[in-house]
Design a binder for this molecule. Structure first.
Ligand code: HEC
Length: 118
């Protein structure tokens, strides 16, 4: 009996694990959205359809057109500056940097865009 149920139990355990990962990913993305709305929305468009309040500040949903967004994770945790005088320098904990990047990845208009190598 147990032998026959085992494959089914394994499938159920797998589904549960997949759902748990998806759930924690959603929590991470939400946390990132909160952080970005707190710290960046003053200047940047942080959503899927808004305009940047500060005209020079790039739309967050288009960042992947410039470079792979995940490179920002390290930068945000080490002290991130855009080089633009208007933008303050930010340093986030590794956990917060990961949340911000998870959120940014979730809103990219071109999620798979990678800069072309010359
Ligand atoms: C006071 C306004 C302001 C705030 C607040 C701000 N930014 Fe910016 N940011 C700018 C401006 C202006 C630019 C354009 C810089 C340029 O193109 O030279 C910019 C550029 C950027 C870039 C592109 C840099 C590049 O090299 O292409 C990223 C990524 C970025 N900001 C992320 C953030 C994040 C993440 C936050 C919040 C944690 C944030 N910014 C908060 C004004 C701001």
């Amino acid at each position: 009996m147990f032998r026959r149920a085992l494959p089914l139990l394994l499938v159920l355990a797998g589904l549960w694990a997949t759902e748990a990962v998806a759930q924690s990913q959603r929590v991470l993305i939400q946390r990132g959205e909160t952080l970005v709305r707190q710290h960046c929305a003053l200047c940047h468009a942080v959503g899927r359809a808004d305009a940047s309040p500060y005209p020079d500040a790039p739309l967050f949903r288009d960042l992947s057109q410039r470079y792979p967004v995940d490179v920002l994770e390290e930068a945000l945790a080490e002290g991130f500056t855009s080089g633009h005088p208007a933008m303050p320098e930010f340093t986030f904990s590794a956990e917060r940097a990961a949340a911000i990047v998870a959120y940014l990845l979730s809103i990219q208009t071109e999620p798979n865009a990678r800069p072309q190598r010359q």
